[in-house]
Design a protein around this ligand. Structure first.
Ligand code: C5P
Length: 303
């Protein structure tokens, strides 16, 4: 019987998220720059008599443990491709906020692919895993890839981006989540009514990443979904103001929200901003994180 495998799955923040018009297939073309963050979920995959998913940690009660969980779908898909039964128990310890705009579900799916590739000794390459990842969801390939990357198409086509230095973040977790499709729909509605300003291209942002300077990067952060997330959850405006008021260089809604991400000058500054934000009563809880970090990876194989 193979030993259980433990995989760490990073969260992400979109430093730049440019959203084009709705496509006929219901998706939007994106131009996005992802950064993988140290706030992560851990998954333990162990051989078992049947497929099961258990969840503990941050927001565990909100996560389904049946076939609707992306992790379940990832296990079934990979088992099918490998011509075997998905006999595995998957225990997820959540650190990433659920429905928070930080790709927690995608990270778990990516970790499942990496973990089962190891557990079942399938020998699939990163490219092969990435193709399966793209079928599971738009953010799953990035959760595999990690680091800093430019995403196009639905967000699944990736190119690595040069990023010097580690950046320090404070994350303000909201009381309830936002569903990604509803935020995209709200953006379509806002655009049908008027024209919320659209981001330009991310060239300057990528130069700032290559230079590794948070002060240059801060004013270039942007997210076309932010107007939609704020429209659905107006209280996030206060959260964003409070983070900048507490000394962050800039704040933005992470992905489709409602988590707000604040870029800070240093790790020390992030700890200070986090403490002040936690006391301001503008969010459910606060975390610090740094990035970029690697994509989903095996941590340890238990003896
Ligand atoms: O790919 P994924 O299943 O994560 O996408 C969830 C939903 O988010 C899609 O059904 C769609 O409504 C929206 N979406 C989009 N454009 C993208 C990615 C996601 O409209 N590029």
């Amino acid at each position: 019987m193979p030993s259980p495998v433990v995989v760490r799955a990073p969260s992400k923040v979109n430093l730049h998220l440019g959203v084009a018009d709705l496509r006929p297939d219901g998706y939007h073309d994106l131009t996005t720059v992802f950064q993988a963050l140290s706030l992560a979920d851990d998954l333990r995959l162990a051989p078992a008599a049947s497929l099961s998913v258990r969840v503990s940690g941050e927001g565990a009660a909100e996560v389904p443990t049946d076939r609707t969980n992306l992790v379940w779908k990832a296990a079934v898909r990979l088992a099918h491709l490998a011509g075997r039964a998905p006999l595995v128990e998957i225990a997820i310890t959540k650190g990433v906020p659920v429905a928070g705009g930080m790709a927690g579900g995608s990270a778990d799916a990516a970790a499942t692919l990496v973990g089962l590739n190891e557990l079942w000794d399938l020998g699939l390459t990163r490219e092969e895993l990435s193709t399966i990842a793209a079928e599971l969801g738009s953010d799953v390939p990035f959760s595999l890839h990690g680091g800093t990357a430019l995403g196009t198409g639905r967000g699944e086509r990736l190119l690595p981006v040069l990023s010097r230095n580690t950046f320090h973040w404070v994350l303000a977790l909201a009381k309830d989540g936002l569903s990604t499709p509803s935020v995209f729909r709200e953006l379509d509605r806002l655009r049908a009514e008027g024209e919320p300003p659209r981001l330009g291209d991310p060239q300057k942002l990528m130069q700032a990443l290559a230079a590794g300077d948070p002060h240059t990067l801060a004013p270039l952060l942007g997210n076309d979904l932010q107007a939609a997330a704020l429209s659905l959850k107006p209280e996030l405006r206060r959260t964003l103001r409070a983070g900048v008021g507490a000394g962050a260089l800039a704040g933005l809604v992470s992905g489709s929200g409602p988590t707000c991400a604040f870029l800070c000058e240093s790790e020390e500054a992030a700890i200070g901003v986090a403490a002040e934000l936690a006391g301001a009563g503008v969010c459910r809880s606060v975390r610090t994180a740094s990035g970029p970090v690697p994509g989903a990876r095996v941590l340890d194989t238990e003896a």
